[in-house]
Design a protein. Sequence first.
Lengths: 128, 128, 128
Amino acid sequence: MTDIVRKDSNQRLSRIVIHGDTVYVAGVTSSAAGGIVGQTRDALAKIDGYLAQAGTDKSRLLSVQIWLKDIDRDFAGMNAVWAEWALPQAMPTRATCEARLAAPELLVEIIVTAARRPGAVSGPVSES
Amino acid sequence: MTDIVRKDSNQRLSRIVIHGDTVYVAGVTSSAAGGIVGQTRDALAKIDGYLAQAGTDKSRLLSVQIWLKDIDRDFAGMNAVWAEWALPQAMPTRATCEARLAAPELLVEIIVTAARRPGAVSGPVSES
Amino acid sequence: MTDIVRKDSNQRLSRIVIHGDTVYVAGVTSSAAGGIVGQTRDALAKIDGYLAQAGTDKSRLLSVQIWLKDIDRDFAGMNAVWAEWALPQAMPTRATCEARLAAPELLVEIIVTAARRPGAVSGPVSES
């Protein structure tokens, strides 16, 4: 029994960590084609999947960091996809900067903190 | 009714998100004149305002990230303003790095996590 | 009496801030010899110490950010040390990017969020 739930773990990280009412999602990147639009869309789709695994969704985003390989070139493209995806009534706090990422083909990395659903058990949680 | 309160939201982000006892503030920048000193002072003044909107203040800072456009040139200037502003008895954890920001004139971006006041209602909170 | 505990504070930051069940650790760097391997090992050893001061340990890591001065050169070296140190059954979420740090000799900075031990008092905590 533990009060911390880790999902989708590998030798380096867990994609999802749940503690109390807070859901942490690891930095999400994409190797999808289509430049910043394709990669942002794919990264956000992966985030939808991770949030679902954690029993929550994008209506419960708390805070987001976005790292772009080339902020001058890609800020507008990332924002266009973000605006399609994020819910107007549920915008998280956000901060965006330029940063070189772990592989040269990666244009964007997104780090999310979200809230569990209010009805969720507040005590220890078993791994499903 | 919701357990997440979002304030000062626009099409891209909320400036403030409150969840449980934690207050998230979006990355704060400034276009004030006066170089790193002017921008840091203005950004921290904005943060005072956001914390007040969230019913808390700088005595309850938890964790801060500071991104500087030019860390070699501006680390000392940012730190001087920070030292004037932050409370010696209430220093948050902090990490500072260099990062290019969303517009070329921006020299500093500050991301804050703070705690709500202990007396605050711990259950659902209505948007004021 | 306060519900926020700050440890190892200086004029700029606290190395450790504890709020509720969450432990924030300031960005940890190292000036140790030995390049990325030496610095990462030393930074992680310091983190072990900070977690111990907060009454927790690396089995309760939640989320980590790693900033590398030169990600192309040092990503593999950092990961090798990370793999030795982190517990396979307790991997946090993680995100790594390249960023220039506060002094030219610094190759890595690590920011950690962890959970307090489940048995810990959940109310106000006195500074030890």
